[in-house]
Write a protein that binds this ligand. Sequence first.
Ligand code: GZL
Length: 365
Amino acid sequence: MKKKVLGVLLAATMAVGMLAGCGGGNATEAPADDAAPAEEAPADEAEAPADDAAGDVISIGFAQVGHESDWRTASTKSCQDVFSAENGYDLSFVDCDNDSAAQLEAVRNFIQQDVDYIIIDPIVSTGWDTVLTECEDAGIPVIVIDRTIDDSDKYAAWVGSNFKTEGLAAGEWLKAYAEKQGISEINALVISGTTGASAQIGRSEGFQEIADREGWNILDEQTGDFTEDGGQAVMESYCKSYAGKFNVVVCQNDNEAFGAMTAMDNAGVTYGLDGDVILISFDACTAGLEKVKARQFSADFECNPLAAPFVEEVIQTLQSGGTPDKEVYMEEHWFALPDAIVDFSIDGAAQTMTEVTDDVIAAQY
Ligand code: GZL
C-alpha cells in the first residue's frame, strides 16, 4: 500500500502519555537533550485501530535480531501483539537469526514491498547508513528499537534502553553489595553479549568504568552471544582456566547466566546469595527473576523489551504529520532479594531496587 502521511487527528490516542515497565522503576537517564523518557502507557489507546483516514491498513516491515533469548521472544511478541491485523496493521516480520547480511536484505525487501514503515532492531550498531539512505530515498520512515545504530541518524526515532546505565547500575550495586558482605577484593569474569551489539558495548563500558574506578580485577571477558549455549561454553572454559580465582561472574543476559549456572554446577562451583560466586545478570525476564527468587542470581538488571506501544505512538505521530521525539527511553528496574538490596547511586542519582516476589515475577514479561 502506498504510504501516506495524513493530517488525521489521533488526539485520543496521542493525549495519553506512556510509562514502560511496571511503574515506579528507575527512569533511565536520557543523555541527549531532546530525549524524552517514555511516559504513561496508552493502555487501551494502543489498541485503537491505526487505519489511516482512508481506512487503509498500515503496512510495517520488522527486521528482528533473531530468537536467541527470552528477552527477544518478549520483544517479538510485543510487536506482533500491537501491530496486528485487528489493530489495523499488516506486519511483515523477518527473524534475521543474528545474521547482519540477512537483516540488510530484509530491509531492502521491505523497500521493494513499499511498506509504510520499517522497524529495525539492529544486530550490530554499524553498517547501516547505505541502506537507511535507500529507505529515505524511497520515502519510508524507519523506527529503530532496542539496540542502537551508531553510523547513521537517518531514522525517525529510536525506542530503547540506556545500556551503559545498565552496566553502571550493575557495577555500583556490586560495589555496595561487596561492602555489605565484607568482600574487599573483586576478581570478575564477564560473559558478554553479541560482539558489536550496542547492548554489549554499553553494558561492558558501564561495568568496566566502575571496575576501573574501584580497582577490581576483570580476569577475562568473552562473548556468549546472548545465548544459553554460549554462556555455558564460556563458563566451562572459565571454570578450567580460572579455577578458584574468581568470585564474581557477570552475564550480559539471563540466557547466558542460565548456561553459566549449568557449567558452574558441573564444576562444583557455588554461586548466588549463598554461594562462593556473586552471579550478576541482565534482562530480568520472568525466568531470570525466578533464579533471583531461588537465590541463584545475586541480582538482575532489567532491559525492558516491551517497546511496541511506544513505537506505535511514533507511527501515530508520523501519520498525523507530526515529528516524534528522536529518542524514547524505556524505564528499567534493578531486581534482588532483600539480602541483596542495597543503597547505591548512578552519577549521584539514588537508585531504587525492586524486591523479587511472586507477584513481581507474575507481572514480568
Ligand atoms: C538488549 C537486547 C539484548 C538482550 C538479550 O536490549 O538487545 O539482546 O539483553 C538479547 O537478551 O539477545
